[in-house]
Design a protein around this ligand. Structure first.
Ligand SMILES: *Cc1c(COP(=O)(O)O)cnc(C)c1O
Length: 443
């Protein structure tokens, strides 16, 4: 294929690998038909039987439900969504972290895919745009959701603004206080934002009456959003992670990454991403996992979680609710229990008790593996990255950076020239308080 971007890619060989518009993926990759162990179905919390599509449609858009249960390997991306993704900065560049490699004195090569360069600063618009588009097509007037650190709420507010829809966001109380600028960005896009637990829902009132200082959790905020959707006509719930349809929207990341690596004749040995609910990890790695399942390649694929919410490394693989009140369907996943409240941390996007069923299934089948790091070592890695590569990464993404640095150090010890590729899920310019706390020795 010849286009200007190819030439540009060649001139910058080894530093920045770019793609052009006509290389953007036109289909989502759905891993469901390729999973070695078929996924256990979501269960209706009321009946204890597999959830029927019409039951799920009480909460989600029809298209989200159709995609959730689809066994089609590839699903067309609507042209309007491709255009919106293009306008939002896709395809995203891949960089080689030369300065980080030099600092670490490692023989390993380190590359990263940068998902933090769009107006929202994270990978979340990839699914927000798709979900808002399908909702708009179905005549939905309002999308309701929860948000942890605020990246998901920001992305959905942005997408609702694009399609002229209302947006309501329940923001975990600890982040609402820690990250006022994310709330302001959501409000700037026209969203209504509430600190969760809020006074807006029965469940929220119950929890805040019992504890006015409640720091909240994603599980609680999801319950509040769902209660709101059930009570508000013409509204739907939108989830930013965990579910199959969200994972597949994110596979534009990994599909692009595969093309970018192929352009430079690179076969990755190690692929790394952080995991909260699993969406940036799934989006980045699933197109590569497909090749691993087909035994074409055998990369080491690492999911990185915080020690404060270690669902894969410490959780149980079992059916559990996605929310705290027990309103969502039961999902078979690695979980710390729906009532688990992770310690406050600056990586709000990773404070979730469960893990995507698809990611859980692959971890259970040992096609991928998980590691967990403490907040301190994660920020230490973030500082090294900022001072070598010049990027202040989101605290969530610093988990992936930490793992990449550890693998690179291992390569140095063993004299191995591996190629490490990680996903930089977002930038951290609205997370500076975490860096400030780290520099002040408070973490
Ligand atoms: C939301 C978020 C995460 C965690 O969510 P996943 O669904 O696991 O990707 C990670 N990084 C950033 C920057 C986020 O905004």
């Amino acid at each position: 294929m010849s286009c200007k971007c190819d030439t540009y890619g060649k001139n910058s060989k080894g530093y920045k690998i770019t793609l052009c518009e006509d290389e953007m993926p036109r289909k989502y990759y759905n891993i469901l038909p390729d999973l070695p162990t078929p996924l256990d179905p979501p269960m209706n919390p009321g009946t204890g039987k597999p959830a029927k599509p019409e039951e799920l449609e009480a909460i989600f858009t029809k298209e989200a439900v159709r995609q959730e249960m689809s066994s089609q390997r590839f699903i067309d991306i609507p042209d309007e969504v491709v255009s919106a993704l293009f306008a939002c900065g896709r395809p995203t560049p891949m960089f080689r972290a030369h300065r980080l490699e030099a600092y670490l004195k490692t023989p390993a090569k380190i590359y990263f895919k940068h998902e933090g360069l769009n107006p929202c600063g994270s990978h979340k618009p990839n699914t927000a745009i798709a979900q808002a588009y399908y909702a708009m097509k179905e005549g939905v007037q309002e999308l309701v959701t929860e948000t942890g650190a605020g990246q998901w709420g920001t992305a959905l507010s942005y997408a609702c603004a694009l399609y002229g829809m209302k947006c309501r966001v329940f923001m975990v109380a600890s982040s609402y206080e820690q990250k006022p600028y994310r709330r302001i960005q959501m409000e700037t896009y026209g969203a209504k934002v509430y600190s969760s637990p809020s006074r807006e829902t029965e469940y929220g009132r119950k929890l805040s009456d019992a504890n006015p200082e409640h720091s909240g959790s994603l599980g609680i905020a999801i319950s509040e959003a769902i209660e709101t959707v059930v009570k508000t006509p013409n509204s739907k719930y939108s989830l930013g992670s965990v579910l199959n349809h969200v994972m597949l929207h994110q596979t534009v990341i990994g599909q692009e990454a595969k093309i970018q690596l192929a352009k430079e004749d690179i076969t990755p040995d190690v692929l790394i991403a952080c995991v909260g609910g699993g969406s940036n990890f799934a989006g980045f790695t699933f197109p590569f996992v497909a090749d691993k399942i087909a035994k074409k390649t055998n990369p080491d694929i690492i999911a990185v979680e915080p020690t404060s919410a270690p669902s894969i490394t410490k959780g149980k693989y079992d059916y559990d609710h996605g929310d705290s009140a027990g309103m969502t369907p039961l999902l078979k996943m690695y979980t710390l229990g729906k009532d688990f409240i992770p310690a406050k941390s600056h990586a709000g996007g990773l404070r979730y008790h469960g893990m995507a069923p698809t990611v859980s299934s692959l971890a259970h089948d040992k096609l991928i593996r998980a590691v967990a790091y403490s907040q301190k070592e994660v920020f230490e890695a973030g500082m090294v990255f900022a001072r070598t590569e010049g990027i202040v990464a989101a605290p969530e993404s610093c988990h992936a950076i930490k793992a990449a640095i550890d693998v690179a150090a291992e390569c140095k010890k063993k004299g191995e020239q591996k190629t490490i590729v990680f996903n930089l899920s977002g930038q951290g310019q609205l997370d500076l308080e975490g860096y400030a706390d780290y520099m002040a020795g408070k973490i």
